[in-house]
Ligand binder design. Structure first.
Ligand code: AMP
Length: 282
């Protein structure tokens, strides 16, 4: 695996692949890699000629400075994982490399996506996400970029930007990777205490509960009520939102709309001082 820390060196290296008509797969991450990230790398390896992963803890997408500070950065372990996944290229820039002094301001109109759920709860988050992803796309110029369904709204935001700016690449969404007991893999899970991790398990349990109750014949809204009740009863979970939505625009469904398929159940909660999100397609 080749490691690049400057955009000019990476661009020069990748331009040779482009002139040879090779497809470039791109997996942007913030590091603290786990099996979820590795699933994106595997998919990229299977579908493109060369896979570029980036590790960059992007300061502009953190609305909470403490969260940025506490974000795990185990770079040696990440390098070993990328080597064993046979990743071709790692882009590992500094903050100054991505945001030079007197960098341009960024304001991208995301419409409703910036005002609901994660957009509402984390003001400025998707501005930071689109800002950094636009810059990274411009440097890597991928044929396909891979994102995880775990961050469902983020996938929608990125697709929205790609469509609106007519960026010449495809977005591929990869299924959420979970621990065997159901907890969605997340870089933030390492901050959970053993009891916090046990409590966090209720989040995926609630999502699976909605699916099971629907399979048993409950309406989606009845099933969601029951799962929400279970979550509200669970000690240590501070629920921010839990909603059944139309996956095309993330609007919350009502009685009449609950029969459309698929639906997506989305949630965010604080557990043990850690903010976690998860979702399931129904
Ligand atoms: P992050 O490093 O958290 O910014 O995530 C980088 C990419 O990995 C994003 O596209 C995430 O959606 C994706 N990702 C994170 N966790 C998972 C997971 N459990 N399963 C699949 N993809 C994931």
């Amino acid at each position: 695996m080749e490691v690049f820390t400057t955009k000019d060196a990476l661009k020069a290296h990748l331009s040779a692949f482009k002139t040879n008509d090779k497809t470039i797969g791109f997996v942007p991450t913030m590091g603290a890699l786990h099996d979820g990230h590795l699933a994106l790398i595997e998919r990229s390896k299977r579908t493109t000629d060369i896979t570029v992963c980036s590790i960059f803890v992007n300061p502009t997408q953190f609305n909470d400075p403490a969260d940025l500070e506490k974000y795990p950065r185990p770079i040696e372990k990440d390098l070993a994982l990328l080597q064993s996944a046979d990743c071709d290229i790692l882009f590992l820039p500094t903050v100054e490399e991505i945001y030079p002094p007197r960098d341009e301001a960024w304001l991208f109109d995301l419409g409703k996506l910036d005002e609901i759920w994660e957009g509402a709860k984390r003001p400025g988050h998707y501005q930071g996400v689109t800002q950094v992803v636009y810059k990274l796309f411009d440097i890597v110029k991928p044929s396909i970029a891979f994102f995880g369904q775990k961050d469902f709204q983020q996938c929608m935001v990125i697709q929205y930007m790609v469509d609106k700016l007519r960026l010449p690449l495809r977005i591929a969404v990869v299924d959420t990777v979970r621990d065997p007991d159901g907890l969605a893999k997340s870089s933030r899970n390492v901050r959970l205490s053993p009891s916090g991790r046990q409590q966090a398990l209720s989040l995926s349990k609630a999502l699976f509960m909605v699916k099971e109750r629907m399979e048993e014949g409950m309406t989606p809204l009845q099933a969601k009520e029951e799962a929400q009740h279970f979550l509200l009863e669970t000690k240590g979970i501070e629920l921010e939102y839990f909603a059944l939505c139309n996956p095309s625009d993330l609007s919350e469904i009502n009685q009449e709309q609950q029969y459309i398929r698929p639906l997506v159940a989305i949630l965010a909660a604080w557990v043990d001082g850690v903010r976690l999100i998860d979702n399931i397609l129904l």
